[in-house]
Design a protein around this ligand. Structure first.
Ligand SMILES: [Zn+2]
Length: 243
């Protein structure tokens, strides 16, 4: 999937070391394809993807990171059964942003999630004089399409293959193509759960979108398009906003 998309995007915008993307924030609801797009942009521009999910997982599982002061602090909080406080998440993000591989830019995925986090990040970035201001790109996917991705999802308990009753039907409707096992649906893949998750997402991120929009550092791309076309739209928008 990554190969053809990179080829499709290659003619559209400067690639590799010739273009400095600076800090990029990819936004979009769960299931919009942020992870896929981040990986393509990473390969295209040779900058790291920084995902808060990965960072926090790393702090828990990587022995070296979990032994660091931030890792120890995080473990202590989690051992007490508490949620990781915002200040600690920010400290972990900042620590990652100061690594040498971020000099030409990076792709943020999952942070900032709230307006206070966006304001905090702007302040931190402007304190470091060489850093470009952050650009936010929102991947918009139609509600119906996202809903179908979730509510149509079925999986095979035997081999783990994923199907979708709207986009990727097995040959004999309710059983796995490979081993004939009856397909199952996850209990929380319902419209109610999805709608609630979307409401939370919208409420939290709408102010973040407005924040970057207000500073003319924002672009919106159509996430219903094929992967390669979405990549191209993202790259075009970033190149335009950086020129
Ligand atoms: Zn199977």
């Amino acid at each position: 999937m990554v190969g053809p998309a990179i080829q499709a995007a290659a003619g559209a915008a400067p690639a590799g070391q010739t273009f400095t993307p600076g800090p990029i924030l990819l936004m979009g609801p769960p299931g919009a394809g942020k992870g896929t797009q981040s990986k393509i942009l990473m390969a295209q521009w040779l900058v790291p993807q920084i995902s808060t999910g990965d960072l926090l997982r790393g702090m828990r599982k990587d022995p070296e990171k979990s032994a660091s002061p931030l890792g120890q602090e995080m473990r202590a909080v989690m051992n007490d059964g508490h949620l990781i406080p915002n200040e600690l998440v920010e400290a972990i993000v900042l620590d990652r942003l100061r690594q040498p591989d971020t000099k030409r830019g990076y792709i943020l995925d999952g942070f900032p999630r709230t307006l206070p986090q966006a304001i905090w990040l702007d302040r931190e970035l402007s304190a470091e004089n060489e850093t470009l201001p952050i650009i936010a790109v929102n991947i918009q996917v139609s509600y119906t399409k996202l809903l179908r991705r979730i509510t149509g999802r079925r999986s095979c308990p035997t081999c783990g293959r994923i199907y979708n009753t709207y986009f990727c039907l097995p040959e004999y409707e309710t059983v796995c193509d490979v081993d004939g096992t009856a397909l199952v649906q996850r209990p929380d893949d319902t419209e109610e759960v999805f709608a609630e998750r979307m409401r939370t997402y919208d409420a939290m991120t709408a102010p973040v979108v407005e924040h970057y929009q207000g500073m003319a550092r924002f672009a919106e791309v159509n996430g219903d398009l094929p992967v390669g076309e979405i990549t191209q739209a993202i790259m075009d928008a970033i190149v335009r906003l950086r020129s």
